[in-house]
Design a protein around this ligand. Structure first.
Ligand code: ADP
Length: 488
């Protein structure tokens, strides 16, 4: 059977109180009994001394010729009655032979006092208890001479009644202590049990991940401390679990990234083999033809031109693939320095103006002075690729403008703007994926590999910059590169 704490504590307190009352009553009753006994002995001793004195006086002032037995026989009854009246106790007198010479008692009763009397006649005080009465014997001497003995009856009825009343009083008190103790214990622990109930609910809430916003109980005792501890524990579990969830989220993100990377790599390798096979197949085909028609000067001429173009393309592809894979893994190639960007762009524009001219394109610059913190070789790669694309994907009679300016926030912006064919909206950011080309044939014709923009993006990010682009198909494209402000 499951007893609740309040019942247990109520019972414990009740039992404790009743035990206390029982022990207390036992001690008090014993004390009273001892006190009654002592008072009784004192009173009996005093009365026996009075009696002995009285008998002695009577004997000395009486007839000298009478023996002690004779005197006791003659005056015993009178003296006994007088002494009984004086002390208020039934009294009897005996001579030295043990014969009763006078008594105020109605009947001697059935109790045998012989032994006790004999004891008194030997000169010793003795008493005997039967029921509610005590019979006391004391010798009476005149000098060395034994005159007899006095017998006193002491009634303990009142004493016993008193004891009984006190005992009843304690019993009533005990009953009250039992009931009161139980009620107090039950009542007090009812409140404690309510607090424990709150603590239990708090721990259940934590188990169900409903973390605490405040301590479940407010008390200035151990239960209050426990409540505070549970509250702090809830906080740290919540933080712990939040941390674990965050870790899990990061891990899932990393796994997704890794999976994407793996897919990209597979695609990359697939693309490489495909892209490499095309020029190699062309070269192999010309070698086969040349071995068959060795003396054909026109074929030889054509083969030299095509094989040269294809091997050039192969070389460029190998170079770019290697750069890209190095860029993806390491950044040791970057050696940042303060670069005067306006000078660098002016120089590049000058060098590429010839190529632009071939395609009947104008190449203009609008450059403010600017210094950026970057790797010079990477900057050259970035802008050569962008200007090259602006030339490749332009239309005859079109133009290219390279602008260098400062943003209000302090960033340096370079834009490469063309009036070319533009990039279709659906291509989106795929243009930064390796080997992506909007139009394969046009790219091949112009010597494109689909690796230029991925390299540009990687290099821009390696300089701490960012890239934006905007295109209107049929109207042209603009690429903007933002370089962070250089702290001077
Ligand atoms: P590619 O070597 O083929 O030029 P890129 O990575 O440099 O490779 O460019 C990817 C594709 O983005 C190109 O094939 C082209 O279709 C498109 N593109 C890049 N720059 C421009 C531009 N300025 N105008 C129009 N299309 C562009």
């Amino acid at each position: 059977m499951r007893l609740s704490l309040k019942w247990k504590m109520g019972l414990v307190l009740a039992v404790l109180l009743i035990l206390t009352v029982a022990v207390l009553s036992e001690l008090v009753l014993r004390g009273i009994e001892q006190n009654q006994q002592q008072r009784m002995e004192e009173q009996l001793e005093k009365q026996s001394q009075v009696a002995a004195q009285y008998v002695r006086q009577n004997y000395m002032t009486g007839d000298e010729r009478l023996s002690a037995e004779g005197f006791m026989g003659q005056s015993g009854r009178r003296m006994a009655l007088y002494l009984a009246m004086l002390s208020g106790m039934p009294t009897a007198l005996y001579d030295s032979t043990g014969k009763e010479t006078g008594s105020s008692l109605q009947t001697t009763g059935s109790v045998d006092y012989k032994d006790t009397l004999a004891y008194a006649l030997q000169g010793k005080v003795a008493y005997q208890t039967s029921g509610d009465s005590v019979t006391y014997f004391a010798p009476i001497y005149e000098g060395e001479k034994l005159l007899g003995a006095v017998q006193l009856h002491y009634s303990m009825v009142r004493d016993h009644l008193f004891i009984k009343e006190i005992r009843n009083l304690f019993r009533t008190a005990g009953m009250f202590a039992l009931g009161g103790g139980f009620l107090i214990g039950y009542g007090y622990f009812y409140r404690v049990a309510a607090v424990i109930g709150k603590l239990r609910k708090a721990s259940k809430d934590i188990r169900e991940a409903a973390y605490l916003k405040k301590p479940p109980v407010r008390r200035r005792d151990e239960l209050g401390d426990l409540g505070n501890d549970i509250f702090y524990m809830s906080g740290s579990i919540e933080a712990h679990i939040a941390g674990m969830k965050e870790e899990q989220r990061k891990l899932e993100l990393a796994v997704t990234k890794l999976q994407a990377l793996e897919r990209q790599q597979k695609q990359f390798i697939g693309n490489i083999s495909h892209e490499f096979k095309t020029p190699l197949t062309a070269i192999r085909a010309y070698i086969d033809l040349l071995s068959m028609y060795r003396d054909d000067p026109q074929l030889t001429e054509e083969a030299i031109g095509s094989m040269g173009k294809e091997s050039e393309r192969l070389y460029e592809m190998v170079d770019k693939v290697l750069r890209l894979s190095v860029l993806e893994k390491y950044d040791f190639e970057q050696q940042a320095e303060a670069v005067a960007l306006d000078e660098l762009l002016l120089d590049l524009a000058g060098r590429m103006r010839g190529k632009a001219g071939k395609f009947e394109l104008r190449l203009d610059t609008e450059l403010e002075q600017a210094v950026v913190w970057a790797d010079r070789e990477s900057l050259i790669s970035i802008f050569v690729n962008l200007i090259d694309n602006a030339i490749k994907y332009n239309v005859p009679g079109g133009s290219i403008v390279i602008r260098l300016s400062h943003e209000t926030g302090g960033d340096t912006v370079v834009s490469v703007e063309d009036t070319g064919i533009g990039i279709p909206e659906e291509a989106g950011d795929k243009i930064f994926e390796p080997f992506f080309t909007v139009n394969k044939d046009r790219s091949r014709q112009s010597g494109g590999t689909g690796l230029g923009l991925p390299i540009v993006k990687q290099l821009v990010e390696a300089q701490g910059g960012r890239l934006e682009w905007h295109s209107e198909p049929g109207n042209g494209t603009v690429f903007r590169i933002f370089f962070p402000k250089v702290d001077s």
